[in-house]
Design a protein around this ligand. Sequence first.
Ligand code: NAD
Length: 366
Amino acid sequence: MNFKVGVIAGDGIGPEITAQAWKVLSVVGKKFGHSFERTDILMGGCSIDACGVPLTDEAVVSAKAQDAVLMGSIGGDAATSPWYQLPPEKRPEAGLLGIRKALGLFANLRPAYLYPELKEACPLRSDTASQGFDLLIMRELTGGLYFGARKTEEVDGLRTATDTLVYNEEEIRRIAKRAFDIAMKRRKKVCSVDKANVLDSSRLWRAVTAEVAKDYPEVELSNMLVDNAAMQLVKDPGQFDVVLTENMFGDILSDEASMITGSIGMLPSASLNESRFGLYEPSGGSAPDIAGKDIANPLATILSAAMMLRYSFDLDQEADAIEAAVKQVLADGIRTGDIMPLDEAQKQKMTKVGCTGMGDAVAERI
Ligand code: NAD
């Protein structure tokens, strides 16, 4: 099959890490008989330099014409880059907010997987870490407290601030459906996280999620209060498969889930809209401190490409092939600097590679 892929290489290490992901995609295409047609799209600092704004209308039109978009990262060093002399709406990050809005990306997926080979970096108790975990936080991205009406005013002589947390049933239903669809591709468990003992929005969330669950009899639905979920994530993360939650709870829990893997630089992410379209990117930033040195770790971007195959193109076997190749690379002791063990004896057993070397190592194992 033929798939149109927009590539936002972006700034800093972005071009280096997307080049490695593209190399792996090309090998997957050859092996499984697909072609991936690449269209480069400017966004972020490089777009400011070329066009004066972080995201042009043409870039949005081009992104919308693709089947999916693979992104590196955008932004520079805020202390030294001239991009940060500009007003906030003209800075690189405004491009990312703009494209998310323009593409209607309402579902954010962040897997947190503990690679057995990297478990020394996991900050959890060793008996917990040794059991491993493989979970996915599904966060609603365009509603809730961050998008509700807000104001600061004087009430009875006191400065008073109000934020509103609004969800309608349609917004809940569409993300819940996405979570159940994705659970069907995984271990068929959804844990919906809310604060239904206090919040009306959470009670509606729970009710609508239960309605959606009726269409997915194979998927087991559970509900958990967010305070308990925060504890369970560090106590027993292995119990979770898909964790479905609203915007603010998801913001916090997805960072917690990333941290417990101990290697945030290994984590991919996806943002999806109503159709199968998605924007896929590593969880990390543009790392301007190491840009252009061929030492960045491209694995999160390569794994983002695997997510793109799985969730936008329905190519599960091909996604499995990339994920298996990454696991094999780690099992073979191949490491970029950021995931080298600290222990000197362990380090001696590893083969240190750069960004290109890591891309080659994955491509060879497809
Ligand atoms: P960062 O994630 O870029 O870097 C933090 C540290 O992690 C640095 O020491 C960096 O060298 C290291 N690091 C990050 N990715 C790595 C990789 N793939 N391999 C090896 N080491 C890696 O975070 P920051 O320094 O806070 O931000 C730098 C820029 O990135 C800022 O402009 C920020 O706004 C931007 N940013 C962009 C995105 C995005 O594009 N979605 C996300 C986060 C930050």
